[in-house]
Design a protein around this ligand. Structure first.
Ligand code: GDP
Ligand code: MG
Length: 181
């Protein structure tokens, strides 16, 4: 389905994956932390004058198990990689995460094509800058090393939330284009 975009939200527990997703879909901030809840959402929205159907998978604790994570990665086309700006350990987990995406996608693609992963790096909880443990430039540097866009977001104040989703869809559109005649 050409107007359907499957986005996987990945990152350590507690970084705000669900809060970011719910803020985007329902325009409110969730304060309750449900570490094991995995949900699939759909939203229709116009992006660059195309009606798009976004299928968003908000992942939960199980992705710590290698096979679970691999399954998400295999079925996903676009990725939101989320860490919390107030937790260095969640930031440090992003690199191995991106590497597993690369590994899975590399083995799935035809060998004569270049590997491009449509993804966006997200430093969430930007409203808590007084507790900041990861600088903005550390985030920017990491995103640059992956070759993907970067945003600092707040699910609480809704800062840059819509931008992340529209940007990852644009990244997905970019890699689809070459095959479209
Ligand atoms: P998940 O495990 O990644 O899905 O994390 P959640 O979305 O459940 O969020 C974990 C906790 O962090 C919850 O109590 C949220 O209310 C809180 N949280 C998430 N995003 C933000 C944010 O941008 N700002 C603040 N201040 N708290 C947040
Ligand atoms: Mg969650």
């Amino acid at each position: 389905m050409s107007n359907q975009y499957r986005i996987i939200v990945l990152g350590e527990g507690g970084v705000g994956k669900s809060a970011v997703t719910i803020q985007f879909l329902q325009n409110h901030f969730i304060t309750k932390y449900e570490p094991t809840l995995e949900e699939t959402f759909r939203k229709q929205m116009e992006i660059d004058s195309e009606q798009c159907i976004l299928e968003i998978i908000d992942t939960a604790g199980q992705e710590d198990y290698y096979s679970m994570r691999e399954r998400y990665i295999k079925t996903g086309e676009g990725f939101l990689l989320v860490y919390s700006i107030i937790s260095k350990t969640t930031f440090d987990k992003v690199n191995p995460l991106f590497e597993s995406i690369q590994r899975v996608k590399e083995s799935d693609k035809p060998s004569d094509t270049e590997l491009v992963i449509p993804a966006v790096l997200i430093g969430n909880k930007s409203d808590l800058s007084d507790q900041r443990a990861v600088t903005k430039s550390e985030g920017e540097e990491l995103a640059k090393s992956f070759g993907i866009p970067f945003f600092e977001t707040s699910a609480k104040t809704s800062t840059n939330i819509k931008e992340c989703f529209t940007t990852v869809v644009r990244e997905m559109k970019k890699i689809r284009k070459p095959s479209k005649k």
